[in-house]
Design a protein around this ligand. Structure first.
Ligand code: ASP
Length: 442
């Protein structure tokens, strides 16, 4: 007898998201509904995100050591590395340019009244979270110029592995180890490679198991976002044009990826998006490309057909340094803020400065919720934006930042997956996928 076809996971996740949305609004209608959500619903979302973050570092280590050592040829790694970095920079510059064009055409700052600005200022300018973002940005700015290179090389691998914010350090160690495994005699390398191979397989299975709970977890994540942003809606409506400019830019970027995929790999872009959908939905719900990374890796390797030799390098590096959605948002937000608060700063040279600073700022942004806004401070300061106006600047965009964060994270993840597929194709490492099911053997 033929087995009844089950609903695909991405549909279940989507249903979970919609249910979370409705539940969030419903709970807001009740006294204590907000507290109930924080106490009883939100923790399930947090547990799920923790589970994904828990496996991110071991997965990067295992899959990258295995991936690099399987290449057998260091020259190939160089080709992959150079093409990846080249494409990452190119797509980011593209994204920033799209952001600048959209914001200059739509002029979202034009319609914001003095009244709205002062309301936004009253509501948010004293906000703790905003003050914190500005402080963190200032700390980053005072560091020596080559600090980012120093930060990539850890002085202790166990310390590096103890925090998810050190992903680049773990990547550095894994590549180093992978390369040395190519250089030592094969029989000596084999046992260690086997260990990493086995660890990699086990962790990918953990991704499957965790993903079985995703529909419930996204319910909790979305319900929490809804009750968390309640009260901001009135002000949110005054920012609709700005929000629309960001969303329009992000949508154009999505089309750019689809065209690039078709052109460089010949793959059907709609098929590609469908395979990637669970990772995109998760990026949307969690606003964190780092937390989504294990799922992105699983989708790209098993469902899109990119060989591990490529994906194990391109995706973790991308999660940390390639944020097209974030850089596009920074361009739109920076110009929007100038339009509203500092029109005299709106020169052509300043817009060119935005291209460079948003590129660097998106590379430096952490792959966690709200990180893009911290780095926006650096973009604004590079333009000579008056320091005392920074709290008002962030207050201006704060109300709508979370939904935009959710969307730009989807683009960040999609960009990484697209580049990994194109690089894989260019080095002959894109194959017909052999998908494993989430619930195989369970
Ligand atoms: N949340 C984004 C990410 O994790 C970063 C940001 O733009 O805030 O990719």
């Amino acid at each position: 007898m033929e087995k009844k076809k089950k609903l695909a996971l991405h549909w279940k996740i989507l249903i979970g998201m919609i249910a979370g949305l409705l539940a969030g609004f419903l709970l807001l209608q009740f006294d204590g509904g907000k507290q109930f959500t924080y106490d009883w619903i939100a923790p399930w979302g947090k547990i799920f995100v923790n589970l994904l973050k828990l496996i991110a570092i071991p997965l990067i280590l295992a899959s990258l050591v295995k991936g690099v050592s399987d290449l057998k040829d260091i020259a190939k790694f160089k080709t992959i590395g150079l093409r990846t970095i080249g494409l990452y920079i190119l797509t980011t510059i593209f994204a920033i340019s799209i952001g600048l064009i959209t914001v200059n055409i739509l002029q979202p700052g034009a319609g914001v009244s003095k009244d709205t600005i002062s309301k936004l200022e009253q509501t948010y300018a004293g906000n703790q979270k905003i003050a914190q973002k500005i402080t963190v940005a200032k700390q980053q700015k005072t560091q020596p110029k080559l600090q980012f290179l120093v930060d990539i090389v850890p002085d202790n691998i166990f310390k590096a592995m103890s925090s998810n914010s050190n992903m680049l350090q773990v990547i550095f160690f894994a590549i180093f180890l992978g390369i040395t495994l190519i250089l030592i005699p094969e029989h000596k390398a084999a046992p260690l490679k086997d260990i990493f191979d086995s660890l990699n397989e086990a962790i990918l299975k953990m991704v499957d198991i965790i993903m079985l709970t995703a529909p419930y977890a996204v319910f909790a994540l979305i319900a929490n976002v809804i009750v968390g942003t309640a009260g901001d809606w009135e002000l949110l409506s005054s920012l609709l044009k700005y929000g629309f400019a960001v969303i329009l830019g992000l949508s154009i970027m999505l089309i750019v990826y689809m065209l690039m995929l078709k052109f460089f790999t010949g793959k059907n872009p709609f098929w590609f998006m469908k395979q990637l959908a669970p990772a995109q939905l998760l990026a949307f719900s969690s606003s964190s490309s780092a937390a989504t990374l294990p799922v992105t890796m699983e989708r790209v390797e098993e469902h899109i057909g990119v060989d591990q030799e490529v994906s194990s390098f391109v995706l973790p590096v991308g999660a940390t340094v390639n944020m097209d959605g974030t850089s596009l948002y920074q361009a739109v937000a920076a110009v929007f803020i100038l339009q509203v608060l500092w029109p005299e700063g709106l020169s052509f040279t300043n817009q060119l400065t935005i291209i460079l600073t948003a590129l660097l700022a998106s590379i430096g942004a952490a792959a966690v919720p709200g990180a893009g806004m911290i780095m926006l401070v650096i973009v604004l300061e590079a333009l000579g934006f008056p320091s005392e106006k920074l709290p008002i600047a962030l207050a201006l965009i704060f109300a709508i930042d979370r939904p935009l964060d959710m969307m730009r994270t989807v683009i960040n993840v999609t960009g990484d997956a697209t580049v990994s597929t194109i690089v894989a194709k260019s080095v002959g490492k894109l194959h017909t996928p052999k998908p494993k099911n989430w619930n195989d053997h369970i």
